[in-house]
Design a protein around this ligand. Structure first.
Ligand SMILES: [Mn+2]
Length: 194
C-alpha cells in the first residue's frame, strides 16, 4: 500500500490531496478546505470509511464555494483512482443504509471503472450554515467522474438538512469501506478487467 499525492492549480483554486486509501500510513486525516461544513463532512467520511487523507485548499470562496468544492472532488477523485491501481483483489461492490436521527440514506458503490452518479436527495433548506446544499451533489459528481466509479446515493427521508447531508456522507463511507475490502478473488469481473 502506498500514499498518493495529487495537486490541482487553476486560476480559481489551489488544492492538494494526500491519500492513504487503507489508513495504513498517515496517522490521521488533516482536512483544511477553508469550508467548515465540508471539513466536517470529509472528517466523518474519513472516520467511518477508514480512508485517511490530508486535504488543503485555497479557493475563490469570496465568489462562492462552488469552484473549491468541485475542485476538491476532482482532486480527491484523481487520488482515489491512482490509489485503486488496477483494482485487483477488492470486493468491488459495497452498500450501506445509514440513519442519522430522522434522516435515512443509502449508498451503493461499484468500484469498476464506470464513472456514474445517481443522486437523489432533497434538502429542505438552500443553505446548511453558509454552505449551499446543492454543492453536495456537485462534490459527489466530481468525485465519481474522476475516481471512475459508480455511486448511487439517495436519501429516503429526513427533515434536517445537516442530518440529511451527514447520513449521505456516512452511507458513502460504509459503502466504500465494504467495496474496498480485500478479497481472495483475483478480479471480480467476467470481463477480467475492472
Ligand atoms: Mn454534524
Amino acid at each position: 500500500m502506498s500514499i498518493v499525492r495529487k495537486e490541482r492549480q487553476t486560476r480559481e483554486t489551489n488544492i492538494s490531496v494526500t491519500l492513504d486509501l487503507y489508513g495504513e500510513i498517515l496517522e490521521k486525516s488533516k482536512i483544511t478546505t477553508g469550508i467548515g461544513f465540508l471539513d466536517h463532512m470529509l472528517e466523518l467520511f474519513s472516520f467511518h470509511s477508514g480512508i485517511l487523507f490530508e486535504i488543503s485548499a485555497e479557493g475563490d470562496t469570496e465568489v462562492d464555494y462552488h469552484h473549491t468544492v468541485e475542485d476538491i472532488g476532482i482532486t480527491l477523485g484523481q487520488a482515489m483512482d491512482s490509489a485503486l491501481g488496477d483494482r485487483k483483489g477488492i470486493s468491488r461492490y459495497g452498500e450501506a443504509t445509514i440513519p442519522l436521527e430522522e434522516s435515512l440514506s443509502q449508498a451503493v458503490v461499484d468500484l469498476a471503472r464506470r464513472p456514474y452518479l445517481y443522486f437523489k436527495a432533497k434538502f429542505p433548506v438552500e443553505k446548511i450554515g453558509n454552505f449551499d446544499a446543492e454543492l453536495i451533489e456537485e462534490f459527489f459528481r466530481a468525485l465519481c467522474m474522476n475516481a471512475l466509479f459508480t455511486l448511487h446515493l439517495r436519501n429516503f427521508y429526513g427533515k434536517n438538512g445537516h442530518h440529511i447531508a451527514e447520513s449521505l456522507f456516512k452511507a458513502f463511507a460504509y459503502a466504500m469501506k465494504r467495496a474496498l475490502t480485500q478479497t481472495e478473488e483475483e478480479l471480480i469481473s467476467t470481463k477480467g478487467i475492472l
